[in-house]
Design a protein around this ligand. Structure first.
Ligand SMILES: *Cc1c(COP(=O)(O)O)cnc(C)c1O
Length: 823
């Protein structure tokens, strides 16, 4: 079932909207007003299908997924919706017929990115939503409607500067406020108990502060199937605006406090990626959206079911990392305190309804809340976690006969902290990692005690990306070539791309494929000219590293390699070098000093390289500011080389690696995360693998047998490169600027705290891999063939595959076949 598009009606809607909302005609309305008009006209079509989908839900009461995530890195909606509705060309035609000499792309650019996430984890949630709708699975994405998403990054004097992201300032044409679904969320106060006449204990929270949670629904449009799910983002309001009438001191004080709480609660997204920061407001955000979602899910369930024992057959809560792990205890609270179930019944239902996705093994990212903070804010929830833990520890002792030492290590509460990952594992029926190697490390290393107790819970779900956005929308020329060559089935079955393999040796296909890559490189060059004032050579290798700035992702190793090349060119000015453009994009968490200094270093190296007349014949370095979903859609299709160089074992999966592969870039990478599976798909000829393996890294950590000092002293090129960090080469005005980076790599002999990400250890192998890249690129036809093979072998990495696996192996969802009569 495709989407009903009526050209003349669509035209009328645009004209009406411009007239009614802007009081203008087409000739004198702004681009932004035109965007709003087009968006509302598109939303109008979506709405009919949305209502029909909702009606099918209500008639069939299918099992429903609630995907709980603190982050949804959606990006723009207009272009994506048009691709999924299959009306991109029709809408451009309407614009042409209205005689507006404006490209749809220019209108799309008026939409602010919905930047409600930091990086991979939030973007994964967005890709999953796209696949859930495309596969007709009943699902809600549940999160927070932050007033300010991830900050806007500007580069000033080479430094990152953060500006607020006021993404709602022109309103959001896609969202629908659902006041009818408001819920009350309670914080603080005390818990008292009483025994009723039948001897049952009841717990009551008193003297709490509360806020109202109000959902805003955004449509998630399935690909050409008329199926629309809701992304449900919760906003906070004060519970009763009229409470100010009660004018005695206490009530007034409380009313003002509740107003403040409601205002601050959803104000801003925490800008940390893969890093835990134990702020009270963050815990409030977590409980706020989890409690609102669970209350609403249970209320909806009870409308069509009489017994809560059916809950696990009809509802599943998937926790995207531990951020929503409080869901386990909140579901227990609802079942115990509001539904009056007994503990064992409630715990059985809870642990058959909740599931948990682990996203990292890095200790600095593990959430653990101090007991005093947690119990003050969520007193009843804390009691419930204590009881879950008490019973869990007893079972470890009596059923599993574990030692007191191991029990202490596994305890949900220990050393004054509540360990959210352990709560999530104990309270779930499924614990999954996000790439094969990551899941193996969880089972054999990080969570091995839990794996021994609950082997049946552990499973892998390798991440994926949606081809609709990352090929269909981001790379329309390649999408059209592929459709022309093998048909359009790849939009919903990415394994179809395998059919491109024979064309890897077809001269005419190779030329078209390469021409398209070239066009995309020119498109990016235009973007860089506009934003950086730097001219790029589209014949050079575009070597791209775009992702959050984090030490484990090793942007620093990339920069050191560039400095090595710089020295090579200076030493041998008449040498033959393959021209390369190094492109970076990365936001650093505003409080992450080291990461911000690395951004400054990248820009200092860029200045040095780009302003050296000799070197710039071969090398260009650009830092693209404000990396986000929308500029990723321009950057990634233009890449020849995809930098995926994390310290092995640190990148749980990675997903930009998949976007690059899909768009015909070759990976230079370590055997980490999903890189390993990419390697398996393309084979050793079509990827550049280097460096330590996960096992070697984990062993080096345990043995402490690593001496960057030795490398520094034995490798003269590396030695010279590191010294350029401290001898004024890069920052003549303040030669001490990068001392901190230098010292973190080599403190002193035998110091096993130096270079914890093994940058010096992997730098030589990385340098060698990059030489192989140069050599491969010189064989122009060979390179094009490798690029085509990368695209052709990327089918596994569709989020459709990932979501089907979640559905059949964890969630037990069924595709909702839409009844045509419901339209
Ligand atoms: C895909 C994506 C990411 C994740 O990139 P990794 O390299 O896997 O960390 C981060 N940010 C944006 C905007 C993305 O589109």
């Amino acid at each position: 079932m495709s989407y009903s598009f009526n050209k003349s009606k669509f035209k009328e809607e645009i004209l009406d909207h411009v007239r009614n909302f802007s009081r203008k005609t087409l000739e004198d309305c702004s681009l932004q007003e035109l965007y709003q008009a087009v968006a509302f006209a598109v939303r109008d079509i979506i709405t009919d299908h949305w209502i029909a989908t909702q009606r099918a839900y209500n008639q069939k009461t299918p099992k429903t997924l609630y995907y709980l995530s603190m982050e949804f890195l959606i990006g723009r909606a207009l272009g994506n919706n048009l691709v999924n509705m299959g009306i991109m060309e029709e809408v451009q035609e309407v614009l042409d017929e209205l005689n507006i000499k404006i490209n749809l792309a220019a209108i799309e650019e008026q939409e602010p990115d919905a930047g409600l996430g930091n990086g991979g984890l939030g973007r994964l949630a967005a890709c999953f939503m796209d696949s859930l709708s495309t596969l007709s699975y009943p699902a809600y994405g549940c999160g927070i409607r932050y007033n300010y998403g991830i900050f806007k990054q500007k580069i000033e004097d080479g430094y990152q500067v953060e500006y607020p992201d006021d993404w709602l300032k022109n309103g959001n044409p896609w969202e629908v406020k659902r006041t009818d679904n408001a819920r009350e969320i309670k914080f603080g106060g005390t818990v008292s108990s009483f025994v009723d006449e039948r001897g049952k204990i009841h717990f009551v929270q008193q003297d709490y502060e509360s806020v109202l949670a109000i959902p805003y629904d955004m449509p998630i449009v399935g690909y050409k199937n008329g199926f629309i799910n809701a992304l449900r983002l919760w906003d906070a309001e004060a519970p009763d605006k009229f409470i100010l009438r009660f004018f005695d001191q206490g009530a007034y004080q409380k009313a003002v406090e509740q107003q403040t709480l409601a205002k601050t609660l959803v104000e801003v997204l925490y800008p940390n990626d893969n890093h835990y920061q134990g702020k009270e407001l963050r815990l409030k955000q977590q409980y706020f959206f989890v409690s609102a979602t669970l209350q609403q899910a249970i209320a909806k369930f009870k409308k069509s079911h009489s017994s809560l024992y059916l809950l696990p057959e009809k509802v599943v809560f998937q926790m995207n990392d531990t951020h929503p792990a409080v869901a386990v205890a909140e579901l227990m609270r609802i079942l115990l305190d509001e539904e009056q179930l007994e503990w064992d019944e409630a715990f059985d239902i809870t642990t058959r309804t909740c599931a948990y996705t682990n996203h990292t093994i890095m200790i600095e990212a593990l959430e653990s809340w101090p007991i005093d903070l947690f119990s003050k804010l969520l007193p009843r929830i804390y009691q419930i976690i204590e009881e879950i833990n008490r019973r869990f520890c007893i079972s470890l002792r009596e059923e599993h006969h574990l030692s007191e030492n191991i029990i202490h290590n596994m305890s949900i509460i220990s050393d004054g902290q509540i360990k959210m990952a352990y709560l999530a594992i104990v309270g779930s029926f499924s614990v999954n990692g996000v790439a094969a190697i990551h899941t193996e490390i969880l089972k054999k290393d990080v969570l091995k005690n839990f794996y021994n107790v609950y082997p049946q819970k552990f499973n892998n779900k390798t991440n994926g990306i949606t081809q609709r956005r990352w090929l269909g929308h981001a790379n329309p020329e390649l999408a059209a070539l592929i459709t022309h060559t093998i048909g359009d089935k790849w939009y919903t079955d990415l394994m179809e791309l395998k059919k491109l393999l024979p064309y890897a040796h077809d001269k005419s296909f190779m030329k078209e494929f390469d021409d398209i890559k070239f066009h995309n490189k020119v498109r990016l060059a235009q973007y860089v000219k506009e934003h950086n004032g730097i001219v790029l050579n589209p014949h050079s290798i575009y070597d791209v590293q775009v992702k959050r700035l984090h030490e484990y992702k090793r942007q620093l190793m990339n920069v050191l390699h560039i400095l090595m090349l710089y020295n090579e060119i200076k030493d041998n000015p008449n040498g033959n070098f393959v021209p390369r453009t190094f492109i970076f994009g990365a936001k650093a968490a505003p409080g992450y000093r080291k990461a911000k200094l690395i951004i400054k270093l990248i820009n200092a190296v860029a200045d040095k390289v780009n302003n050296d007349p000799l070197v710039r014949k071969y090398l260009t370095v650009v830092f693209i500011e404000n990396y986000n979903v929308s500029n990723a859609e321009i950057i990634i299709p233009a890449a020849n080389v995809s930098e995926q160089i994390s310290t092995a074992s640190k990148e749980a999966s990675g997903t930009s690696n998949m976007k690059f592969m899909l768009n015909g870039a070759l990976t230079v990478g370590t055997l980490d995360g999903a890189n390993i599976e990419i390697y398996e798909e393309v084979g050793p000829e079509n990827i550049f693998i280097f460096g330590l393996t996960c096992q070697e890294v984990l062993e080096l950590y345990k043995s402490g047998n690593y001496s960057p000092w030795d490398i520094y002293h034995n490798d003269s090129e590396i030695n010279r490169t590191l010294k350029s960090l401290i001898n004024g080469t890069l920052s003549p005005d303040s030669p001490d600027l990068f001392v901190e980076i230098y010292e973190s790599l080599i403190n002193r002999a035998g110091d096993n705290l130096s270079d914890p990400y093994f940058i010096l250890k992997d730098l030589r192998p990385y340098h060698a891999a990059q030489k192989l890249v140069d050599k491969a690129y010189l064989d122009k036809e060979g390179w094009i063939q490798k690029a085509i093979i990368n695209t052709a072998c990327s089918g596994k990495f569709s989020s459709d595959r990932t979501i089907k696996q979640y559905s059949s192996e964890i969630w037990g969802l069924e595709s909702l076949k839409m009844n045509k009569k419901s339209y």
